[in-house]
Design a protein around this ligand. Sequence first.
Ligand code: FAQ
Length: 333
Amino acid sequence: MYTQGLDQQGSQDNTEHANADREREAAFQARIDGEEKIEPRDWMPEAYRKTLVRQISQHAHSEIVGMLPEGNWISRAPTLKRKLILMAKVQDEAGHGLYLYSAAETLGTSRADMVDQLLDGRAKYSSIFNYPTLTWADVGAIGWLVDGAAIMNQIPLCRCSYGPYARAMVRVCREESFHQRQGYELMLALCRGNDEQKRMAQDALNRWWWPSLMMFGPSDNESRHTAQSMAWKIKRFSNDELRQKFVDTTVPQAEYLGLEVPDPDLAFDEESGHYRFGAIDWEEFFAVLKGNGPCNRERIEARRSAHEEGRWVRDAARAYARKQAKRAAAQAA
Ligand code: FAQ
C-alpha cells in the first residue's frame, strides 16, 4: 500500500516535470520565433545544444582540415606575391577554426574532446577537403568555388539563433569573401594566359565543380537535420535552396572566364529564372562521407601527426597555466 502511494507521488512528479519542460520549450521557441539570440547561459533544449555542437564542431574541423589541400601549394606558388596571399588565406582558415571551436566550447564541450572526435572518426568534416590539389589552378578553383560555396552557406549563418556562432560568422564571412575574390582573380589570370594555363583552369573546374555542389549536403528529401534546424533558425535555407543560389551565381562567372561548366544538362530556365543542372552523383558523396574519398586517409593521418607533434606545446602551455594559477593563488593568500 505504502509503495503504491510512492508510485503515485512519482508519477505526479514526472507529470509536473514534463509540463515544466514543455513550458520551457514553448518559451524557448517563442524567443527563437521572435528573432532573439540564444546565449550560452540561457536555458536551451538538449537537442538544440547537441545539434549546435555537431554542426559548429564539424564546421571547425572543416576549416582546419581545409588548410591541407591549399597548404600543399604554399612552397610551390609561382610568385612571391601569390605565396604571400596563399599563406594569409591558409592562416585565415586556422583562425576560423579557432573562432568556431571557441563558439562550440560555450555549449559545454571542450576543444580537446572535439578534436578527439575528429581524429578517431566520430566527427565529420566537409567532404570537399577529401579531393586532391593536382595543379596550381586548383588553388584558384578552391578560392573561387569552395570559398564561394562556403560564403553562400555561411552568410545566412550570421543570422543563426545561437549568438556566439552568429557573431563568429560575421568575421568569417568577410574573410571568405576576400578568399573567393583571390581565387577568382587567380582563375582570371590563368584564363587570360597562354593555352596551357587556360587548359589548367578548365581542368580544375572540371574536377572541383561537382564536389563543390556536394558541399551543400544531401538533397532536401535526404537531409535528416534540415527541418528541425530551420525551425530553430540555425539554418535559414535548405541545402537545395543554397545549392541553387550557388549555381545561379557561379555559372555567369564561369562564362566570364570563358570556361565551360562540366554539366551537359546545365541550362537557363527563363520561366523560373534559375539554371537547371544535371544529377549529382550521391553515391560518390556518401562514399566520401564514409571515409572512401580520394584523400580521406591522408587528411586524417596529417591531422593525427600534427596533433602528436604539437603535444609538447599543449603540455608546456598547461604547465605554464598551472604555474601562473599557483602564483596568483599565493599572492591572493
Ligand atoms: N560533408 O541533415 P544534413 C569551408 C553530413 S567550411 C560532410 O543535411 P545539416 C571554408 C551532415 O553533417 C565548409 N558531411 O545535415 C573553407 C550530417 O551528418 P551527421 C564546411 C556532410 O547539418 C574554404 C549528414 O550529412 N561548412 O569550406 C556534408 O543539417 C576553403 C546529413 O546532412 C560548414 O560546415 C558535407 N558536405 O546540413 C576552408 C557550414 N553535408 O552529423 C578551407 C556549417 C552534410 O548527422 C578552404 N554547416 N553532411 O552525422 C552546415 O551548414 C550544415 O551542417 C551542412 C549540413 C549544410 C553542411
